[in-house]
Design a binder for this molecule. Structure first.
Ligand code: SDX
Length: 427
C-alpha cells in the first residue's frame, strides 16, 4: 500500500500525490498545490500548532488519550517509584539509565558547578525585596551567558556538555538564592555531600552555622516531583527553547526565553494560579459556585485541562499520592479538601467531561510546595528547576538534527496592501 496521500484541488480538478512519513506529510510538499503557476502555493494554517509536528524527537513520548508519559521509553510511574532525579537527568540527556560508575561521575560533574560567580550574587542583591523569583531567575540565568561567552559555540558537542552541566548545577543554587533574597536571609552555599534535591532544600531552608537535615519523606517527595516535571515533549517552553536554539543563541539565553514562556499562568505559572484559586475559594462550601463561574466562561479552572492529555494527567495521579506522604510529615494542607471537592465536582460535570478536562500536573503540586514552606511565588521556580533538563535535552537534540534549521513560520496576511502615503494634513 503506497505511503502517499492523493489530494484533489476542486478549484482546478488537479490531483497531487504527497508522501506520508511517520503519519505526517511534509507541509512544504503542499506548496505545489496552486491555481495559477505564479501562486505561492498552499500552506497549512495551525494557530497554537495544535496539529503540527515541529520536529522529530526520541526524548519523551506522550499518549494524551491513554494518559501515557515515558522518558526515553521508561514509563513515568516506574521512574517516579524506582529512580532518582539525578538518574532521570542522566537518562533524558544520554538516552540510557546510568550504571553505578556513570552515575557517580555524573553526580561529580554536577557538584563541580553548583557555585555561582560572586558578581552574579551581587547582581541578585540589586533586586527589590519583593521581586518575583521567576523574574530574578530569568534575568540571572540570562546573565550567566556573559560569564561563559564560549557557550556560543553551540555546534561543539563538548562545549554543549559543559554548559549543560553548568545549567543543571547552577539553576537550583540561583533558585534558592532568590528565595533567601525574598526572606532577607543570608545565602546558604551548596553542600556537595548532599544529593541534588537535598542540597537544594539545604540552600533553601538551612541556616548559616548549623547542619540542615531535610526530612527524608520530603526529600523523596520533592525528588519525585522533580522527576515528574523534568520533560514533556513539545510543550510551550520546550518549543521556545528549540526556537531560540535554532538561531544558534547560547543556552543561557535560550533557557531564559523558555523560562519566560513557562512563567505564564497557562503553562508552568498555573501551579501558582491554582493556589491563588484555592485560597480564593477558601472553603469546600464555595466550590460549586466557583465551578459555575468557570462553566460560564468567566474564568478558567486552573490546574485543569491540557492540550495533549484528554485523560487524567499521569503526573497528577502520582503527585496526589506524594501529597499524602508529605502531609504525614507537615500536617494536612486544609486547601486539599477544596482541591479534592473541585476535582470531584469537575469530573462529574458535563462541561468538563465533554471537553475532557482533567487535573493536570499543576493541580496538586502547589499544595505540596505550600506545605513544605514555600511561598506561592516560588511555585513556577519549582517547575523551572527540573524542566531545565528537559529544555536542554530538546535543545541538544535539535542541534544534532539535520532536518532542523532556523525557525521562521509563515503567516496568512489579511492586512491592507500598497497604500499611498498621506500627508498629515490629509489624515
Ligand atoms: C502545563 O503542554 C504541556 O505539556 C504543558 C505541561 C508541561 O508539562 O509542560 O503539561 C504543563 O502547562 C499544564 C497546563 C497548566 N495550565 C493550566 O492548568 C491553566 C488552565 N488550563 C487551560 O488554560 C487549558 O486547559 C490549557 C492552556 C492547558 C490547554 O488549552 P488548549 O488546549 O488551548 O484548550 P482550549 O483553550 O482550546 O480549551 C478548549 C475548551 C474551551 O472551551 P470552548 O471554547 O470549547 O467552549 O476547554 C475550555 C476552553 O474554554 N477549557 C477550560 C479550561 N481549559 C480549557 N475551561 C475551564 N477551565 C479550564 N482550565
Amino acid at each position: 500500500m503506497p505511503e502517499t496521500l492523493t489530494i484533489t484541488d476542486n478549484r482546478t480538478g488537479k490531483t497531487y500525490e504527497v508522501s506520508i512519513e511517520n503519519e505526517t506529510i511534509r507541509a512544504i510538499d503542499l506548496r505545489k498545490i496552486k491555481v495559477n503557476e505564479s501562486d505561492f502555493g498552499m500552506m497549512t494554517y495551525d494557530p497554537g500548532y495544535s496539529n503540527t509536528a515541529s520536529c522529530k524527537s526520541q526524548v519523551t513520548y506522550i499518549d494524551g488519550e491513554k494518559g501515557i508519559l515515558e522518558y526515553r521509553g521508561y514509563p513515568i510511574e516506574q521512574l517516579a517509584e524506582k529512580s532518582s532525579f539525578t538518574e532521570v537527568v542522566y537518562l533524558l540527556l544520554n538516552g540510557e539509565l546510568p550504571d553505578a560508575d556513570q552515575l557517580s561521575n555524573w553526580q561529580e560533574s554536577i557538584n563541580h558547578h553548583t557555585v555561582i560567580h560572586e558578581n552574579i550574587k551581587r547582581q541578585m542583591e540589586s533586586f527589590r525585596y519583593d521581586a518575583h523569583p521567576m523574574g530574578m531567575m530569568i534575568s540571572t540565568v540570562a546573565a550567566l551567558s556573559t560569564f561563559y561567552p564560549e557557550a556560543k559555540k553551540v555546534r561543539c558537542a563538548e562545549n554543549r556538555k559543559l554548559q549543560i552541566e553548568r545549567l543543571i548545577a547552577k539553576v537550583p543554587t540561583i533558585a534558592a538564592f532568590t528565595f533567601r533574597h525574598s526572606q532577607g536571609h543570608p545565602y546558604v552555599f551548596p553542600n556537595n555531600k548532599l544529593s541534588y534535591t537535598e542540597n537544594f532544600l539545604s540552600m533553601m531552608f538551612g541556616m548559616v552555622g548549623n547542619d540542615y537535615h531535610a526530612d527524608p519523606a520530603i526529600v523523596k517527595a520533592l525528588d519525585v516531583l522533580f522527576t515528574l516535571h523534568a520533560d514533556h515533549e513539545q510543550n510551550c517552553s520546550a518549543s521556545v527553547m528549540r526556537a531560540i536554539g535554532s538561531s544558534e543563541a547560547d543556552p543561557y539565553s535560550a533557557w531564559a526565553g523558555a523560562a519566560a514562556a513557562l512563567y505564564g499562568p497557562l503553562h508552568g505559572g498555573a501551579n501558582e494560579a491554582v493556589l491563588k484559586m484555592l485560597a480564593e475559594i477558601g472553603d469546600v462550601s464555595n466550590v460549586a459556585s466557583y465551578v459555575e463561574k468557570c462553566k460560564n466562561g468567566e474564568q478558567r479552572l486552573m490546574g485543569f485541562g491540557h492540550r495533549v492529555y484528554k485523560n487524567y494527567d499521569p503526573r497528577a495521579r502520582i503527585i496526589k499520592k506524594c501529597a499524602d506522604e508529605v502531609f504525614e510529615v507537615t500536617g494536612r494542607n486544609p486547601l486539599l479538601d477544596v482541591a479534592l471537592e473541585l476535582e470531584k465536582i469537575a469530573l462529574e460535570d458535563e462541561y468538563f467531561v465533554k471537553r475532557k478536562l482533567y487535573p493536570n500536573v499543576d493541580f496538586y503540586s502547589g499544595l505540596i510546595y505550600q506545605a513544605i514552606g514555600l511561598p506561592v511565588a516560588m511555585f513556577p521556580v519549582m517547575f523551572a528547576i527540573p524542566r531545565t533538563v528537559g529544555w536542554l535535552a530538546q535543545w541538544a537534540e535539535s542541534l544534532e538534527d539535520k532536518d532542523q534549521r532556523i525557525q521562521r513560520p509563515r503567516q496568512v496576511f489579511l492586512g491592507e496592501r500598497e497604500r499611498e502615503y498621506k500627508a498629515q494634513s490629509e489624515r
